[in-house]
Design a protein around this ligand. Sequence first.
Ligand SMILES: NC(=O)c1ccc[n+]([C@@H]2O[C@H](COP(=O)([O-])OP(=O)(O)OC[C@H]3O[C@@H](n4cnc5c(N)ncnc54)[C@H](O)[C@@H]3O)[C@@H](O)[C@H]2O)c1
Length: 427
Amino acid sequence: MDATETGVSVGVIGLGYVGLPLAVEFAEAGHRVVGLDVDGSKVRALRAGRSYIEDISSDRLAAVSDRIHATTRYADLAQVDAVIIAVPTPLTENREPDLQPLISAGSALAGVLQQGQLVVLESTTYPGTTRDRLGPLLEESGLRAGRSFNLAFSPERIDPGRTDFTLRTTPKVVGGLTPACLQRAVDLYSTVCDEVVSVSTPEIAEMTKLLENIFRTVNIALVNELAMLCDRMQIDVWEVVRAAATKPYGFMSFSPGPGMGGHCLPVDPFYLAWKAREYDMQTEFIELAGEVNAAMPYYCADKVAKALNDEAKPVRGSRVAILGVSYKAGVGDLRESPALKIMSLLSEQGAVLSYHDSYVPELSRFGLASRPLEEVLQDADVAVIVTVHPDLDVDRIVGAAPAVVDFRGVTRARAATSGAAKQPARG
Ligand SMILES: NC(=O)c1ccc[n+]([C@@H]2O[C@H](COP(=O)([O-])OP(=O)(O)OC[C@H]3O[C@@H](n4cnc5c(N)ncnc54)[C@H](O)[C@@H]3O)[C@@H](O)[C@H]2O)c1
């Protein structure tokens, strides 16, 4: 053990967007970390000192590589003091919670669980999962939750690509099965977070995360609906949002866009909607927000068709350049990306697609590779701005594309000076 190393070791199950930054943060705080993933390619990359997550540079990883042991073997978790679970919690095809990754991680962990270990679930899920699903799975080890091992839930608040708030500066909510479970989890997270917020049960912590995400989903749907109305009324929705945001209280600004993507917002609310049905409740805000947001890519595809129509061109055979295909700026994550839905809809209508995205080199499902911006603009009948990565040259787009459809409101300032002929269609 070197001088800065703590005595507490931490295991992290699931080394994705949530788990890898956690593992690195714990290692930086001096903990010995065992990082486990079923995906051997991730484990190999980490062993080779290569990060596959934008927020973690390979340099940062290299600085703590002697403290992180990457593995696919659950047996390696038998030696750690605390285990954090950060596996995916997706939906099934019927849009119901798919706890299979969590069940398989919990069962495998039960096989190696040790007396006195702390287990914390971080995956987003419906209230009751930690106590009623994970607890019994772990108890198959013969150990008792809250007595022979500690169990807690702590939602992850990471926002990939964000730099103004980090894991350390974002308050961390924790709920334990017992006061002792809570205390152990608080002690652990206090080594990597400046502020730890204790709540009275795991269910409160689970519901807190869902409230945060549902709040965003509903407000995004609201502003998206307003954007569609503003488009019909020829009112600039971005100017409206910016003006409303000058109110110093009682208003929080959300930007319209092409729909929601990522692993969280399009998925998590339906965990609660599903659970609510057990209590004879229809969570109507969630369903309605889901409907509005899911309709956005259809609206976007129609906007592209209209922009082509204005140029006297049909969708069939027209060359459409999609700019930005990941679901958000600054990351290459394609999960639930509305760009992919827009591309499918346009492709079904016969459009000839190309794309530029500096974070996504290939889109195998479309048989496409990202092409340089200049090249896609030169060849396009219309350029469609879907996701604005920090390096996207908006001036060049407005200058070079024959028509621009902008779903992020970034060409508005340029449109004012570039003349009506190139006026971008509103998103
Ligand atoms: N990505 C985000 O911005 C974010 C933010 C907050 C919360 N969350 C939540 O955190 C959880 C993880 O999300 P993510 O984005 O990191 O997912 P991810 O897909 O990026 O990473 C999950 C990892 O878990 C691994 N895995 C799957 N099953 C496993 C198993 N049985 N044993 C070991 N490893 C296994 C996968 O191979 C993958 O590497 C989800 O519940 C998500 O809702 C995500």
